[in-house]
Design a protein around this ligand. Structure first.
Ligand code: B12
Ligand code: SF4
Ligand code: SF4
Length: 391
């Protein structure tokens, strides 16, 4: 009879995991508080950590603004797969008489003092950190960006974990970090979240992980949700068509206030049961569209340095994104025009003829913000700001 550890790993691989490893909870004892597995399962003894890789070709096309929707759809499929892997591993452990919790794949934050809901959060501490678990289980190391970087897939992985009461043997830690400090992650962040020089140190599994000093998490929230997509150079953006029209505040308190104000104005946040209430339900809803406009610090981070440099060049020459009349995000052209919106941001809208290709089929596909902006645009209620070329 193979060892329990081998049976778990076999099961995870057969369910679609590209990398799987195990750590005893003791290894996470020196990690920051979100490494505490007992927060979700008081009887926790071990964590099974697993990762599913993204297709590098789909990511390259996304970064170069050649194709947007495939990456969004792939991320949804990957998250569904991670939930299923976790369910199978947890059910197996329970059938062996242990307790097990399949950790939510995202949007699982600890309550924050003074924050009524996610719109008022600024820290976003997770119930349990899947990155810390990945380091402790030997899947990879924290890269300069703070993302988990693996030897074979770089940071192009999404993570899952099952916390269990089963006492399991830990896998070896990854000795050498795959991150060579190329700093491409810092260069491709449109909102300047990742410092290129200053660092902070975290301790995990007896090791020091040195990562970039980052701005408040609200900085990424603003860039990754897409309230601001434009890089300070003004030459390229992520896949967001929205612009703040002014640099982000230097002061983190002001930045946090801006993020809260933007979230309060965002039509998505007015919906009662959005993906922040129940990420799992959203991910398995066939009509839910995984709106992705950034993640560039992770997408750029291929395993090989030459690929990372090429990815960065491709981003820097990809131009800006615009919102097409049918809800797609497209590479902006000379037909794209900037309009004021009532949501604290302006929107770059592609006014050219629709090409009909690659239409959004998901009925709830557009983000509520895109849908509202287009509704106002089509009814002639948006003021034009600028008619300059945006390509
Ligand atoms: C919260 C969160 C965010 C927040 C905050 C990020 C953060 N650093 O915490 C925001 C919205 C900014 C974010 C952005 C992104 N995220 Co995110 N996110 C998460 C989530 C839920 C937890 C992240 C985490 O582990 N934070 C803790 C650590 C890593 O953060 P830290 O800054 O180093 O923590 C410091 C302090 O806060 C303190 N601390 C840590 N924990 C606690 C707890 C308490 C109570 C206290 C007081 C202090 C404290 O100690 C640290 C040292 O000072 C995970 C899912 C999960 N449950 O793990 C996904 C996850 C990390 N995200 C992911 C991704 C891909 C992204 C993005 C690339 C966007 C995207 N989705 O495409 C960007 C990357 C930004 C970046 N460079 O870090 C992936 C990462 C994959 C990978 N290869 O690493 C994850 C694992 C989701 C998944 N299932 O795959 N994310
Ligand atoms: S892009 Fe370069 S510096 Fe950033 S995490 Fe990846 S390898 Fe490290
Ligand atoms: S996800 Fe985008 S906005 Fe957030 S840190 Fe990475 S590059 Fe910057």
């Amino acid at each position: 009879m193979p060892h329990l550890e081998d049976r778990i790993k076999d099961l995870a691989r057969r369910a679609g995991s590209d990398i799987v490893g195990i750590t005893a909870v003791e290894r996470l004892a020196d990690a920051p508080p979100s490494g505490d597995a007992a927060y979700l399962l008081p009887s926790a003894r071990s964590v099974v950590a697993f990762a599913v890789a993204l297709d590098p070709l789909i990511t390259e096309a996304y970064l170069g603004k050649r194709e947007w929707i495939r990456h969004c759809r792939e991320r949804k499929e990957v998250v569904q797969r991670l939930y299923r892997i976790g369910d199978e591993v947890a059910e197996f452990l329970e059938s062996e008489g242990f307790e097990a919790v399949n950790v939510d794949i995202n949007n699982n934050y600890r309550p924050e003092e003074g924050a009524a809901d996610v719109t008022e959060m600024t820290e976003f501490h997770p119930e349990f950190s899947l990155r810390y678990a990945g380091v402790a289980a030997g899947l990879g190391r924290l890269g300069w960006s703070g993302n988990l970087m693996t030897p074979d897939h770089g940071a192009l992985v999404e993570l899952g974990s099952v916390i269990t009461s089963a006492p399991l043997e830990s896998d070896p830690l990854l000795e050498e970090s795959p991150c060579d400090r190329c700093k491409m992650c810092s260069l491709v962040c449109p909102v300047g979240m990742i410092d290129s020089k200053a660092s902070v140190e975290l301790r995990i599994a007896g090791r020091i992980e040195t990562i970039a000093r980052k701005r408040s998490n609200t900085c990424c929230w603003i860039g990754c949700t897409g309230y601001e997509g434009l890089h300070a150079s003004g030459r390229w953006s992520n896949w967001s068509p929205y612009r703040l029209g002014a640099p982000l505040p230097e002061d983190d308190e002001e930045l946090n206030g801006l993020c809260i104000a933007l979230q309060k104005a965002d039509p998505q946040m007015q919906i009662e049961d959005n993906s922040f209430d129940d990420f799992r339900r959203a991910v398995f809803d066939p009509d839910w569209f995984y709106m992705t406009v950034c993640g560039y610090c992770r997408g750029v981070c291929s395993p090989r340095r030459s690929e990372r440099i090429a990815n960065r060049r491709s981003i820097a020459s990809s131009g800006q994104a615009a919102l097409a009349a049918d809800g797609r995000h497209v590479a902006a052209s000379e037909d794209s025009v900037e309009f004021e919106t009532p949501f604290g941001v302006s929107a770059l809208i592609a006014e050219g003829p629709e090409d009909g290709a690659d239409r959004l089929s998901e009925s709830a596909g557009r983000s509520p913000m895109d849908a509202e902006v287009l509704r106002l645009y089509h009814s002639g209620r948006l003021d034009r700001i600028d008619s300059g070329s945006k390509d």
